[in-house]
Design a protein around this ligand. Structure first.
Ligand SMILES: Nc1ncnc2c1ncn2[C@@H]1O[C@H](COP(=O)(O)OP(=O)(O)O)[C@@H](O)[C@H]1O
Ligand SMILES: [Mg+2]
Length: 354
């Protein structure tokens, strides 16, 4: 993985002093509602633990603690097949950070609307924040859905990202606001941003305006997530220029595949002309419904086309997500023990593991 020199080296989780466990403990498989139980379901579930809590302090437990770590039979059995049709790896709990920054910038991008970009931005951000990461969410859609989803009324904003981009004297700190979730901050947007696209056309280095605007945030945050608008226009090109990586949420339906070709082309152009370090972090299957054959067929095609770029984690279709928008908070706090919350926690670990 390479990063443009201007971003100050590798992301926090790849720096020295933040070691990842070499052999992560097996974790229970994430249950996806509606998923058929695979025939070779996680075998570790059937193997009893060698040191149950009730045994603590007993001679058995002490002997187990003294013995060198050894692999169990379950560790050597194949992993269960996940919803993407590939063996589901275990994503380790990342080590806590001892200091913050430099930020890794990730754009949520897909020119199709209603595919889960905003939902992913809010909930992945909240899951990162739960892991102790300092997270800045950037609303880069004039519709302001990200702001609404975090309980902010876009039309009541005095200052938005529009002012930061195009008004002299407005600084990042003037516009950023906290959310109900600790460590999760928001750069809000509203309809003013729709005018920015036109105004940016005449700016010098018009593709780099967002990158410049976000630069002061790099040292304060570990992750910056940009929620793009559903188009491949100048705003989205700005997001791709500012980003280290792209996450592409996609709905599991046939026409989604055709749109992805256009998006890949745009990403390649930005890589060639503006941001050589830009990488596709992953394609995220969203609104996944394992009960339909269509979903499974599309999934097979997506994996065929994008291979290991497809996340192992998928986001199942559930009414819980529209409910969280009404509540104005992430699913991780709205319904903390739901499958949707667990999926985004797993996605956060998977992104950090990539
Ligand atoms: N996994 C899901 N299951 C059910 N509804 C979802 C899911 N993800 C998103 N939605 C809903 O679908 C709509 C569009 O999602 P959104 O994240 O706003 O997409 P985008 O930002 O790509 O336009 C929203 O009403 C959202 O609540
Ligand atoms: Mg959106």
């Amino acid at each position: 993985m390479s990063f443009p020199p201007s971003y100050g080296g590798p992301p926090p989780w790849q720096r020295a002093g933040a070691p990842r466990p070499a052999a992560p403990p097996r974790q229970p498989r994430l249950d996806q509602p509606g998923l058929d139980e695979p025939e070779d379901a996680d075998p570790s579930a059937a193997v009893p633990s060698t040191a149950a809590p009730s045994e603590a302090g007993t001679p058995v437990a002490e002997a187990a603690a003294a013995a060198p770590a050894r692999t169990t039979v379950a560790d050597r059995l194949p992993l269960a097949i996940g919803p993407t049709g590939r063996p589901m790896p275990v994503f380790p709990e990342p080590a806590p950070l001892t200091r913050h920054g430099p930020a890794r910038v990730i754009a949520m991008c897909n020119q199709k609307g209603g595919v889960g970009k905003t939902t992913t931005t809010i909930n992945l951000g909240a899951a990162f924040a739960e892991l102790g990461r300092r997270v800045l969410l950037v609303d880069f859609d004039p519709q302001g859905s990200l702001s609404v989803g975090l309980g902010v009324a876009p039309h009541e904003l005095d200052l938005s990202i529009y002012n930061l981009l195009l008004q002299r004297g407005v600084e990042l700190a003037d516009v950023v606001r906290p959310t109900k979730v600790a460590n999760l901050h928001l750069l809000p947007a509203n309809i003013d941003l729709s005018g920015a696209e036109m105004q940016l056309v005449t700016e010098v280095a018009r593709e780099q305006v967002l990158q410049q605007a976000l630069r002061p945030a790099y040292d304060d945050y570990d992750v910056i997530l940009i929620d793009c608008q559903p188009s491949l226009g100048l705003l989205t090109v700005n997001a791709l220029t500012a980003a280290h990586g792209v996450i592409v949420p996609m709905e599991c339906e046939y026409f989604a595949l055709r749109g992805l070709a256009m998006l890949t082309e745009t990403i390649e152009k930005v890589q060639q002309r503006l941001n050589p370090g830009l990488e596709i972090i992953g394609v995220l299957p969203s609104m996944y419904d394992a009960r339909t054959i269509h979903t499974r067929e599309v999934m097979a095609r997506v994996v065929e086309r994008f291979g290991d770029h497809v996340f192992h984690t998928v986001i199942a279709r559930t009414i819980r997500f529209p409910e969280t928008t009404v509540a104005g908070e992430p699913i991780t706090t709205y319904d903390t023990s739901s499958t949707g919350a667990a999926s985004f926690r797993q996605l956060a670990r998977e992104v950090l593991a990539r």
